[in-house]
Design a protein around this ligand. Structure first.
Ligand code: ACO
Length: 401
């Protein structure tokens, strides 16, 4: 538990809430989370219903515009996404400037930000039409940028998007097709990818979403704001956690440490159990429940087995029957099982946070727009408790020891 206190700083009393664990920074009508009861709803719809019935693109529309699309609206969005899937040829040169082992998250954030200068008419958004165009550009192009960042790292030629393909199929085509042989994923793989994106599409005021809103509060443009969100997502405690999970499961698989040793070392605070714990969820993460089942189903449908899934299940069971974890209300979060799905789709570990960023894009865009429309919005500017030196006299260079 983190203490919230009212502390005196240099100019008066302020609320001191490290990590903003109990501080509301805005009001929002996009996503509802009840961490005690494991409830997550997008615009009022339970995540379980959306996961069972909706696609990622329908969910993106819901988050951004507030309602599920009609058939015509869904088709309109699909058409715009197909129209927008190519990158300006000038943007290709940006990829060439990166070293081949450059992290795809660095490439993603830089190139998404670089979309701004290629679309100067959308740097200031004043109408619903402009917003739809900007949102569709980002949601569509982010998948091309992500796939090209991967191809660049592999030293493979870029694969251009194919407008005949659906959003997820097109992404897998750009990732995995080779000259003269189009990659053809199974329906189960496409569905699993859509589900992965859908479950990551928004999660209210987490670090990356709050970053997007904070950058927006300076009246920064949409491209720059979501690019900042990508950077915030990168770290191991946020979007980098699922890569950490796979690394940990792989170490157990390779015999570097046993499940019990892993838990003992976590208890000694040598490292954290990746994919466990959540700032808000204190009984279970509903997304983890859905992904656990999805990982099973997908592996069963492809006839493949992943020994890491068995280790994950055993590790989760061992942790959830251990007082250390139950006392602290630590349960598997969305990242615990998502890496298994990504591995089965042939996505390498350094692309995991990129995949999260593609999924989270509709949420960031919806939050940016909500903040942009809020006439009472103010620049975000937290305070601090100053703990440095008292006033002192400047020491001339020759007198310094
Ligand atoms: N493994 C072991 N112990 C943990 C873990 C963990 N994964 N998470 C929290 N704890 C312990 C802390 O050591 C602390 O114990 P203490 O009271 O003995 O000091 C207690 O639980 C509370 O921890 P906090 O750091 O205060 O929890 P906070 O809410 O700040 O952190 C977070 C949440 C960052 C998600 C944390 O649980 C964590 O680091 N998890 C691992 C990384 C991870 O899976 N991140 C993905 C989050 S979901 C997402 O971004 C989509």
């Amino acid at each position: 538990a983190v203490d919230i206190s009212c502390l005196r700083n240099e100019t008066g009393y302020i609320t001191y809430d490290p990590g903003y664990a109990n501080t509301g920074s805005c009001s929002s009508s996009i996503t509802f989370v009840d961490g005690e009861n494991g409830i997550l709803r997008y615009r009022g719809y339970p995540i379980e219903d959306l996961a069972a019935h909706a696609t990622f693109i329908e969910t993106a529309y819901l988050l951004i515009f507030g309602e599920l699309p009609t058939r015509a609206e869904r088709q309109e969005l699909r058409d715009i996404l197909s129209e927008q899937e190519l990158l300006h040829e000038g943007l290709r040169h940006h990829f060439e400037g990166f070293p081949s082992n450059g992290h795809p998250m660095a490439i993603l954030s830089a190139v998404v930000n670089a979309l701004g200068p290629y679309h100067p008419d959308l740097l200031e958004i004043t109408s619903k039409e402009d917003f739809l165009r900007a949102a569709a550009k980002i949601i569509s192009k982010v998948r091309t940028i992500a796939a090209w960042a991967f191809r660049k790292a592999q030293g493979l030629p870029f694969v251009y998007p194919d407008p005949k393909l659906s959003y997820c199929r097109n992404f897998l085509h750009m990732m995995h097709s080779i000259p003269y042989k189009q990659f053809e994923p199974t329906d189960a793989q496409v569905r699993a990818l859509s589900l992965f994106f859908l479950l990551h599409a928004d999660h209210e005021q987490n670090c990356s979403c709050s970053t997007v809103r904070m950058v927006q509060s300076t009246e920064a443009n949409l491209f720059a704001s979501v690019s900042a969100g990508i950077c915030a997502l990168w770290g191991r405690l946020h979007g980098g956690a699922n890569a950490g999970v796979i690394e940990m499961l792989q170490n157990i698989h390779d015999g570097d440490l046993s499940i019990q040793e892993c838990l003992e070392r976590v208890k000694k605070k040598e490292f954290r159990l990746m994919g466990f714990g959540h700032r808000i969820y204190k009984s279970f993460d509903p997304r983890a429940k859905i992904l656990r089942q999805a990982a099973h189903d997908m592996l069963a449908s492809t006839g493949n087995d992943d020994p890491l899934l068995d280790i994950a299940l055993e590790l989760a069971d061992a942790a959830m029957s251990d007082e250390y974890f139950t006392e602290r209300k630590l349960y598997p979060n969305v990242d615990f099982y998502s890496g298994i799905i990504l591995r089965a789709l042939g996505i390498p570990v350094n692309m995991f946070p990129v995949m999260f960023a593609i999924g989270r894009m509709p949420g960031w865009i919806a939050h940016w727009n909500e903040a942009n429309m809020d006439e009472a919005g103010r620049i975000h500017r937290p305070r601090q408790i100053y703990t440095g030196n008292k006033p002192r006299k400047y020491i001339p260079l020759d007198s310094r020891l």
